[in-house]
Design a protein. Structure first.
Length: 496
């Protein structure tokens, strides 16, 4: 190396290896901010994170330009990334809790949910780093060069800016010094929750996409080596993925209750739509991974396993208990006494109980009909009973004269849905499989629902969809269930 290029090469090494020092300095400043609430130390800590972010964005260019043949340069960069994220994201999660419990004396439900979400995000980032290190090591042992997917590159680009933004928000101290640096950082400290959630959800999707990319590329070979041909162990490991989606189903239902307590019924409905999406995905993923098919030494007899129990429990929370809970909250707390003479609590208990009975029947049914449901499925029932509450909430906001009408309509819908869920001779279409067979149908309706979210008739559109599905037995009664079952088996055998 010539003397002319020696200095830039040293600068490249400085950019790579100084980032953990800067982040460690940011951690010390964070501890000092939580101890003394000094805005000057806050400014210094954010400056450390911003400087580390700049170094992270330019160190790759310097290394490629001035040390193009350094064999350990990529490894050093990954090690520094792992060290930096192992320091900063636990600090950020602690800072979010500190801002929630100390800096704000009366946090809202939205701020509480945001702090919990950041904690989940930080855990996901650390899990992704450990998982990526394991998969890279496995690929190298197999003699394969690990691929750098689009999600991995995106994650590398956005991780440092996201960590700097969350750090500036978590440890923000108002009334700081009169300097242009603090003035700029105060924008980051006061950014709205909507913007933060958008950035955090995008970052979470990138991390999950990176994990999925590694699983898709190396998952099969890795499981073959880990399980030594043990198919039972292989299934137990694979079952983690659909079970995680099942947990997200229940989690989205609980978030819907938090939104309901704030009087945001539209957001509660969207959370239940998310729960229904996860309910569809966990079954689809289980079938894709072959977890629904019995092993060769097993019989075809339908068994109750842990996955089905978790799925039923998540469905009971999101589509039985949560809709009843939202109904009770909406009419009792926001009805302004208009419905005090109605047995709102008993009606909510009735709906939750009938939904639980429906799930028990679905689990124990020995003669299911492929592609159809016996009785109204619980996700559809939840969408049906919440959509009038969305319209009721809008009528309250507009002080409309239809408040009483939509309140009584929602009450009647709860009773009706509880009954129709358990009328098993009526057969309803399996919408998940219908949309899988006709992708255009799912895309068109998803686009329509997405556009309708921003309109004042969102509740009416959702109610219309629910009523159309409620009328689907007028079409399914013409289909012979036995013929449909035989056709489904023929398609499965052809695909196999």
């Amino acid at each position: 190396m010539t003397e002319k290029t020696q200095l830039p090469a040293k600068l490249a090494a400085l950019l790579v290896y100084s980032r953990p020092v800067l982040v460690f300095g940011g951690m010390i400043c964070a501890l000092a901010v939580m101890w003394g609430r000094n805005p000057v130390i806050y400014t210094v800590g954010v400056s450390f994170l911003v400087l580390s972010m700049v170094f992270d964005l330019v160190d790759g260019w310097f290394s490629a330009r001035f040390r193009p043949n350094a064999p350990l340069a990529p490894l050093a960069d990954r090690l520094m990334d792992k060290l930096v994220y192992s320091i900063i994201f636990p600090v950020i999660s602690a800072g979010m809790m500190w801002r929630l419990l100390v800096a704000h004396t009366d946090p809202t439900h939205g701020q509480l949910l945001h702090a919990i979400f950041v904690l989940v995000l930080c855990v996901t980032v650390l899990v992704r780093d450990s998982f990526a290190s394991f998969m890279r090591g496995f690929a190298i042992r197999q003699g394969t060069e690990p691929e750098n997917s689009e999600y991995n590159r995106l994650r590398t680009i956005v991780a440092a800016p996201v960590s700097a933004l969350l750090y500036a928000y978590a440890f923000y101290i108002p009334e700081g010094p009169e300097s242009w640096i603090y003035f700029r950082y105060s924008y980051l400290g006061n950014v709205s929750l909507r913007v933060l959630l958008f950035v955090e959800i995008l970052f979470l999707v990138i991390n999950l996409g990176s994990i999925a990319g590694y699983c898709r590329k190396y998952g099969t070979a890795c499981l073959d080596e880990l399980c030594f041909g043990d198919q039972v162990l292989r299934r137990k490991i694979l079952a983690v993925f659909p079970n995680a989606l099942t947990v997200m189903n229940a989690f989205m239902g609980l978030i819907a209750v938090f939104f309901a307590y704030q009087g945001r019924i539209r957001e509660s409905y969207l959370m239940l739509m998310g729960a229904a999406t996860f309910d569809k995905l966990d079954g689809a993923l289980a079938r894709r991974l072959g977890l629904t098919e019995p092993l060769p030494e097993e019989t075809d007899e339908k068994k109750i396993n842990m996955g089905s129990i978790m799925d039923d429990l998540a469905d009971a929370i999101s589509f039985c208990i949560v809709p009843a809970w939202i109904f009770y909250i909406t009419l009792s707390q926001f009805g302004e006494g208009r419905f005090a003479h109605l047995p709102i609590g008993w009606i909510a208990v009735f709906y939750a109980f009938m939904g639980a009975v429906r799930l028990v029947y679905f689990t124990l049914d020995k003669t299911p009909i492929p592609g159809f449901f016996k009785g109204l499925p619980t996700p559809a029932a939840a969408m049906l009973v919440i959509s009038p509450l969305v319209i009721f909430d809008q009528a309250l906001a507009l002080s409309s004269q239809r408040i009483l009408f939509w309140g009584f309509f929602a009450t009647g819908t709860m009773v009706f849905a509880g009954i129709i869920m358990n009328v098993y001779p009526i057969h309803y279409l399996h919408m998940g499989r219908t949309m899988s067979r006709h992708p255009w149908f799912g895309r068109v309706n998803l686009l329509l629902l997405t556009v309708s979210i921003f309109t004042p008739i969102f509740g009416q559109i959702c109610l219309g969809y629910a009523i159309l599905y409620l009328l689907s037995p007028l079409y399914t009664w013409r289909i012979n269930p036995e013929e449909a079952a035989r056709e489904s088996r023929r398609k499965s055998m052809a695909e196999g």
